[in-house]
Design a protein around this ligand. Structure first.
Ligand code: SAH
Length: 500
């Protein structure tokens, strides 16, 4: 077989040795984009430790007798931590096996190849790195986008659109990135296209600069959308599991997929005469906080929230809209350990009952652990105050309005917490009576939610139920209708003018 000949022939000089780790780039997908050396290493492996983005075609080249260890990550959902991956590589190499660590694209381009090399060096093991075709190169070729060009782009920058854990802002020199005649390639950037575009445009990039999204680049199902940056923001596909690259720069106009935006969209931002205006950067940060708000269940144990921070998030709750400033709610801060234990017991008991009621999905449900109550830094119970008969205009306020007011306060608290890099988990109460007693609430007061607040080791990329494949969120379009409940869906078309 042709491939077997290659395995024995070219590259045999540095061939796999027992006890050695080969960190191999698998390219962007198709097997024929592997390098000959990569193929050689794969075919001589005793064990292959691989990621999620490796194509089935490439996996099929692994010899049947070789062990496969999957350590991949779906976005944000790691099967193994990076440290555990290092431990696996070291353990396998120390067994004297020929280890291939197979990674998507090139190991040294946003592939953590460097960290693995450091771990192997520290363990005193021999290793080699076999380069691969990085997504930028694969996508550029497949979508017809030159990365550099003598007239249009004198440099090309690879950037990660993934925010480092705990950070809320990109640490890029946007002024430099907004200068002309360069190509910017954002890996993991499709999800954050609005923020990236807003930053570049705010720093002087022409809004109609050619830009492209390439999903599943160089693969059979490749999808390319290429137009002016502002128009691209408006048409960007919803975030999904397909790997995608964002390319911004004049050379995108050379792609056969490129269609110039019909015309520059008029700005729909009315003149604002207030003293306080938010800049595009402020706005981008704000939307990012909203988009990355998640309910959290796993907290950093024994961590605490600084007093000033707690003060700020509670102040944010207090600033929430409320009918006529009536604010019919309280947040009860639970400080007594015994009380916290009691609340945890109540919630546990409720979970058991809910799991039983769910029947067939009970096990799945119990796996969605609610540890937050015991482990979070701050426990707050959101309570609807008793109706005190306050009259607004001629009427007492209906309870639904009071609940909305409490929901707004909770949401403000939640967003502020996210902006402070704190997690917040909402534990629903289906039978709030026992909790009302434990908190000695007066008649007519109702606990609505138990809120767990505190530092978290990591924020999920997707809502947890989606991440655990328990349930999928439905698209926004289903929630906005014309005139009546059963009216047509009525999502206004997205345009990018909010960037201006
Ligand atoms: N080391 C890899 C990159 C790993 S980061 C490399 O050099 O290519 C993973 C990101 O790479 C994905 O989120 C996506 O942005 C990009 N990517 C990988 N394969 C891709 C493909 N076939 N098409 C588009 N983007 C891809």
């Amino acid at each position: 077989m042709e491939t077997a000949v290659l395995a024995e022939g070219i590259g045999a000089g540095g061939a796999n040795k027992p006890g050695m780790v080969h960190i191999v780039g698998a390219g962007p997908g198709p097997a024929d984009l592997l390098t000959v050396r990569a193929l050689n290493r794969i075919q001589c492996a005793d064990v292959v430790v691989h990621d999620r983005l490796i194509d089935a075609e490439v996996l099929a080249l692994i010899p049947p007798q070789a062990e496969r260890i999957y350590v991949g990550k779906a976005s944000g959902h790691h099967v193994m931590s990076q440290k555990q991956i290092h431990a696996v590589l070291i353990e396998q190499a120390r067994k004297g096996r020929r280890v291939v660590r197979l990674k998507g694209g090139d190991p040294h381009v946003f592939g953590r190849g460097g960290e693995e090399v450091q771990a192997l060096q520290a363990a005193g093991l021999s290793f080699e790195v076999v380069p691969g075709v990085s997504a930028a190169n694969g996508c550029a070729a497949a979508a017809g986008i030159p990365l550099t060009h003598r007239d249009l782009a004198h440099s090309c920058t690879f950037l990660s659109g993934h925010l480092a854990e705990g950070s809320i802002d990109f640490d890029f020199d946007w002024t430099a990135l907004a200068r002309p005649r360069q190509t910017r390639v954002f890996y993991m950037g499709v999800e954050r296209i609005a923020t990236i575009a807003c930053q570049l445009i705010a720093h002087g990039l022409a809004p109609d600069t050619p830009a492209a999204i390439v999903q599943d680049g160089a693969r059979a199902g490749q999808y390319v959308l290429a137009t002016g940056l502002k128009a691209l923001v408006a048409r960007a596909p919803a975030y999904g599991p397909r790997p995608g690259l964002l390319v911004i720069g004049e050379t995108v106009s050379l792609s056969p997929h490129f269609k110039a935006a019909e015309e520059s969209l008029p700005s729909n931002t009315p003149p604002v005469h207030h003293a306080e205006r938010f800049s595009a950067t402020d706005r981008a940060s704000f939307y990012r906080v909203i988009a990355s708000r998640r309910d959290m269940r796993h907290f950093t144990p024994a961590a605490r929230v600084h007093d000033e921070v707690l003060q700020r998030v509670l102040q944010a709750a207090h600033g929430a809209p409320s009918v006529g400033l009536m604010q019919p709610w309280r947040f009860i801060r639970v400080l007594a350990t015994a009380l916290r234990g009691r609340i945890a017991e109540l919630v546990d008991a409720e979970r058991m009952m809910t799991a039983e009621a769910l029947g067939i999905r009970a096990d799945d449900f119990m796996r969605l652990k609610v540890e937050g109550i015991r482990e979070c830094a701050e426990l707050l119970v959101a309570v609807l105050a008793p109706d005190d008969g306050t009259v607004f205009g001629r009427r007492t306020m209906p309870r639904d309005m009071a609940l909305c007011s409490l929901a707004c306060a909770t949401e403000n608290l939640w967003l502020a917490a996210r902006a402070e890099n704190l997690g917040l988990g909402w534990v629903s109460m289906f039978e709030p009576e026992a909790l009302a007693q434990a908190l000695r609430l007066p008649d007519g007061a109702h606990p609505v939610a138990v809120l767990c607040l505190g530092p978290v080791p990591t924020f999920y990329d997707l809502p947890m139920l989606e991440q655990l494949a328990w349930r999928q969120g439905r698209p926004l379009a289903e929630f906005v209708r014309v005139d009546t409940w059963d009216g047509a869906q009525a999502l206004p078309s997205r345009d990018a003018s909010r960037c201006t």
